[in-house]
Ligand binder design. Structure first.
Ligand SMILES: [Zn+2]
Length: 304
């Protein structure tokens, strides 16, 4: 199960990062858990349009509607050429997809018709809500499972990210050029800088773990790439290419190793058969507990 089509893939922010080419659909994937719930009878539409926030082909709007006496906030995403109205509920709340011209009353009709379903799903998701990342000094960033405290120096002459060179590395120092009195610009620059920093750490780290397990289990090392997926941890295709989401760097090393072993096992079994899981177990004996831990915490890794 994949992230619904109208949530577009994130655009890479760092030029140095290798992105997955489109259309590697022969791949075996490892999805984040839970993903989202789609209302029965509502439509989804895949799209390959790159995400551009200000594009006239797409408009987003924050709205709310009363359902069963409760005020429900939702995000309305209008896209040119979209057919039908799609409802989706996940850890970020409800998202409604519609065309640029669908009337609000038609949209609200559709939400109303599915009101029971929406409330039920919002209830199910309430305990693993994705809390948006805060981008200000004192906020926490998880790196290899450890909390790092964000320290932002605004108004610097250049953008720079540095992990504290202390014995215990507990802080992430971020310099941004934005002026001190402009919190929105500071947050935006800090996020871009931290994401680029995480990606820079991710490729050598993940490639090393992949190489380590390949050698250990007599596999020819595959080619390793980074992806910006926020719906799957990793994927593997028949060309012996493995892609890992840079978001994996937020998880603790044992969880990362499980994902590495999972993808490597796909080099022998391009499916999720019993033989595949047997292969995973051989490489990662604790895989059941690790998989469960990963599943239960995915909303923590998706804050940004
Ligand atoms: Zn898999």
């Amino acid at each position: 199960m994949k992230w619904p089509g109208f949530l577009l893939p994130l655009v890479d922010l760092a030029g140095s990062v290798i992105s997955p080419p489109p259309g590697s659909e022969d791949a075996a994937h490892q999805n984040f858990r839970g993903l989202s719930s789609r209302a029965p009878g509502t439509s989804r539409q895949p799209t390959n349009t790159p995400r551009t926030r200000l594009s006239s082909a797409e408009q987003t709007d924050e709205r709310s509607i009363a359902l069963d006496g409760k005020r429900i906030d939702y995000k309305l995403v209008r896209r040119r050429g979209r057919r039908g109205v799609g409802l989706k509920v996940d850890g970020t709340g409800m998202t409604v997809a519609a065309s640029l011209t669908t009337s609000i009353s038609a949209i609200e009709d559709m939400i109303g018709k599915n009101g029971g379903w929406v409330l039920k799903k919002l209830g199910e998701w309430s305990h693993r809500k994705i809390t948006p990342q805060r981008w200000q000094t004192g906020a926490t960033i998880f790196y290899l499972g450890e909390p790092l405290t964000l320290m932002i120096d605004a108004g610097a002459s250049k953008v720079k990210v540095e992990q504290a060179e202390l014995q215990i590395q507990t802080h992430l120092f971020v310099q941004v050029k934005a002026a001190l009195h402009d919190p929105a610009a500071i947050a935006e620059q800090a996020e871009v800088a931290v994401v680029a920093w995480l990606k820079k750490q991710a490729l050598p780290y993940l490639a090393q773990r992949t190489f380590f397990y390949s050698k250990l289990h007599n596999l020819t090392p595959p080619r390793v790439f980074l992806s910006s997926a926020n719906n799957r941890w990793g994927s593997c295709n028949s060309r012996r290419e493995i892609r890992f989401s840079w978001r994996l760097m937020k998880a603790r090393p044992a969880l990362i190793d499980y994902v590495v072993c999972h993808e490597l096992a796909h080099l022998r079994q391009m499916n999720h058969s019993a033989a595949f899981w047997h292969e995973v177990e051989r490489m990662c004996p604790d895989y059941v507990a690790l998989k469960q831990e990963l599943d239960q915490n995915d909303h923590r890794f998706r804050a940004f």
